[in-house]
Write a protein of this length. Structure first.
Length: 504
């Protein structure tokens, strides 16, 4: 059992037992003992294209098989509530939610009025009880954007009561704003391109700020009421309502049902309404902040999300003692994810930009400090180095590298398409030199597929393309190529010309 696994199990033991004391027992849900054996369906968003990788990780770490939704970038799996902490340790998932109900073929009515009336009726009929218990257990594992109040589940029907609230202080509020800003900057790059309408609405009057000051003073004296919002993600052409209208009307009915208070920004419960054509899933969010925000503190213009970095690394199946190189590492997202998850390998991060190398080095330092603080002891470090180099002329011996994983300049935000025509063939050639013939592999991400295909076409003797994963990077249709190094030995250009080659 790994250290992480062991620590997770210990945390789970403590947290679950603490929580089970406060998990409300509802009229319809039975005894506390029953809640200990609760099984629920978890939904997870993952980098598009890497659904299967996430499914493999979940099978491996939790023993659960996954259903991959036709709504790309989402997977579903069943777990006992005891496994919730381990779910938060998964490396390939971005956001988590507990499924309240899934409708495989929801018959949306033809007129807007009727369709919205169905949303209102739905709120009363859904089986909320078990998902809400999971939501409450989950508060211990959730990485928070801001310190939240301890809340009472206050349900009109389900009588979920109790707990005392702490007042949110000013500093925490500021933290929330900073984080929200940070999220916006990052999401510009990371926003999935699936044509999807997203609305987080519960109706103007429900979320009215007019009452906010009054409510604030009341909060100090009155028992806390749960705050919520509804977020609707809708994809598909045939709906006669917008995501905005669905969130508003469904949100109104949720409020009536539970007597919760609508709050768009400082909410305790986020109810999700995911609609894709005729498929609809109602869920409760279990993550406030995407789990891909884990390693990086010093961001660059094209920082890759850690979940995608994990997916790329997994594609080439690292083995203990492997030397893994990212020759164009930017802020180091790939090698840093590698060093934390495959710590029995050695990772080298390099870039030709001094600023990028500095950022990568800072990210490595921050991570080391974080783990020292967490573990309360000095740490021997991570198996990683950061170097400034030119990826077309690497200071590495021929055939010394097992795996190359890199995110190449797309030629949009980073570099230019014109420069890629020289860069891509030159670095593919250099990668073939340093990569071990016969066993070496490379996983390369690019959106400049035309240029990549052209560069690769002249290198069939050293690289064999075995697999392509199509991904979505900030709305750009990109490809992750898995290449295998053929057994053919590398021949220096100069040797071909009868001269002496590079000293490496
Ligand atoms: C798409 S970015 C990589 C982003 C990185 N994955 C991250 O998470 O920050 C491509 C990187 O390639 C680097 N680069 C471009 N040409 C290079 C070269 N000839 N040698 C080394 N690095 C190069 C750029 O400086 C840039 O940091």
């Amino acid at each position: 059992m790994s250290d992480i696994q062991e620590a997770t199990n210990q945390l789970l033991d403590v947290n679950l037992h603490e929580n089970q004391r406060s998990v409300p027992v509802t009229e319809e849900s039975g005894t506390k003992e029953e809640s200990e054996h609760l099984h629920v369906t978890i939904g997870a968003t993952v980098p598009t294209g890497f659904e299967q990788t996430a499914a493999d990780e979940i099978r491996e770490k939790l023993g659960s098989s996954c259903k991959i939704s036709k709504d790309r970038g989402k997977i579903y799996f069943d777990i006992p509530v005891e496994s919730l902490a381990q779910v938060h340790c998964l490396r390939s998932v971005d956001n988590l939610f507990v499924v309240v109900e899934e409708f495989k073929d929801f018959q949306f009515k033809k007129t807007k009025e009727e369709a919205l009336k169905d949303f209102e009726d739905l709120a009363r009929k859904l089986p909320w009880s078990d998902p809400l218990k999971v939501w409450e257990v989950n508060t211990c594992f959730k990485k928070k954007k801001t310190k939240r109040k301890k809340i009472n589940l206050n349900s009109s029907k389900e009588k979920i009561v109790n707990g005392q609230g702490d007042k949110l202080d000013e500093r925490d509020n500021r933290g929330f704003i900073d984080n929200a800003l940070d999220s916006r900057i990052l999401d510009y790059y990371e926003n999935p391109a699936i044509k999807e309408e997203i609305s987080t609405l519960v109706g103007d009057d429900l979320a009215s700020s007019k009452n906010e000051t009054d409510e604030h003073s009341k909060e100090e004296t009155e028992p806390q009421v749960l705050k919520f919002r509804v977020t609707c993600n809708r994809a598909g052409e045939k709906h006669c309502f917008t995501s905005n209208e669905a969130a508003r009307d469904f949100g109104g009915a949720v409020q009536d049902h539970f007597k919760w208070k609508a709050d768009m920004t400082n909410f305790d419960v986020e109810v999700l309404l995911n609609i894709h054509d005729n498929e609809m899933v109602v869920g409760i969010a279990l993550t406030e902040e995407s789990l891909h925000r884990r390693n990086i503190t010093h961001f660059g213009p094209t920082t890759l999300r850690s979940t995608l970095a994990y997916g790329m690394l997994r594609l080439c199946a690292p083995q203990p003692t492997d030397i893994i190189v990212d020759p164009m590492c930017g802020t180091g997202a790939i090698p840093i994810e590698g060093a934390t998850e495959w710590s029995n390998c050695y990772h080298i991060a390099g870039d030709n930009s001094p600023l990028a190398v500095k950022r990568a080095a800072n990210n490595i330092s921050s991570l080391l400090t974080k783990s020292q603080v967490k573990e309360g002891k000095s740490c021997w470090g991570l198996p990683i180095d950061a170097v400034q180099w030119d990826s077309c002329n690497l200071p590495l011996r021929t055939g010394s590298v097992d795996i190359i994983v890199t995110d190449m300049p797309f030629g949009k935000r980073m570099g230019s398409k014109k420069r890629n025509w020289n860069l891509y063939p030159a670095c593919l050639r250099e990668m073939s030199r340093v990569c071990r013939p016969g066993t070496g592999r490379a996983v390369l991400l690019t959106q400049d597929k035309k240029c990549f295909a052209k560069a690769l076409s002249g290198m069939g003797h050293v690289w064999r393309k075995v697999h392509t994963v199509w991904v979505n990077i900030g709305g750009l249709h990109a490809a992750v190529y898995l290449l295998k190094r053929t057994p053919q030995a590398f021949v220096h250009c100069s040797e071909q010309d009868g001269q002496r080659g590079t000293p490496w």
